[in-house]
Write a protein that binds this ligand. Structure first.
Ligand SMILES: Cc1cc2nc3c(=O)[nH]c(=O)nc-3n(C[C@H](O)[C@H](O)[C@H](O)COP(=O)(O)O)c2cc1C
Length: 163
């Protein structure tokens, strides 16, 4: 079984989180989306995808440039994580996590790993589902870096039976 943790990261925060997630998952490769093709993604059995949010609630640049046309995730197990700044961008905290969710569900993925919206302070995020939970793991290296490892451990524990 092949697993990849794929990140888009401009200053390294999402990359660090991806490496930590891969370490906790165990047998997973870590890929930068800047150097990853749709065929590469299609070739893995399971995927964990992460993006930081830039601009005003937009994808990180390399995810922005990624062409999803030839991606096929039909029936594939996918978990998602996002990196954002809930204090400075409280109205669009981790929106790219919501954008990733939209893309992968369009492509047929079976998304696992929703995450309780407790211990955060923000106004709005499009990464919340109807039940008010995040559609994946929401991280914040700018304001809550001390919580990252604990959150990653708990989240990975919660998705491990799927991976
Ligand atoms: C110009 C700029 C715009 C940003 N926009 C958002 C945003 O809309 N929502 C959010 O949650 N975080 C936003 N952030 C915060 C980044 O997502 C955060 O710093 C993140 O840790 C960067 O991760 P990276 O180094 O992996 O790209 C923004 C940061 C900057 C500098």
């Amino acid at each position: 079984m092949s697993i990849a943790v794929v990140y888009g990261s401009s200053t390294g925060n999402t990359q660090s989180a991806a490496e930590l997630i891969a370490e906790k998952i165990g047998d997973a490769e870590v890929l930068d989306i800047a150097d990853t093709s749709p065929d590469d993604l299609n070739g893995y059995d399971k995927l964990i995808l992460g993006s930081s949010t830039w601009g005003e609630g937009e994808f990180q640049d390399d995810w922005e440039d990624f062409d999803w046309d030839d991606v096929n995730l039909e029936g594939k197990t996918v978990a998602l994580f996002g990196m954002g700044d809930q204090e400075s961008y409280a109205e669009e905290y981790c929106n790219a996590l919501g954008l990733l969710y939209e893309k992968v569900t369009e492509k047929g993925a079976n998304v696992v790993g929703e995450w309780e919206n407790d211990g955060y302070e923000f106004e709005d995020s499009n990464a919340l589902n109807d039940a008010g939970k995040f559609v994946g793991l929401a991280l914040d290296s700018d304001n809550q870096d001390d919580l990252t490892e604990e959150r990653v451990e708990k989240w990975v524990e919660s998705i491990k039976s799927n991976f």
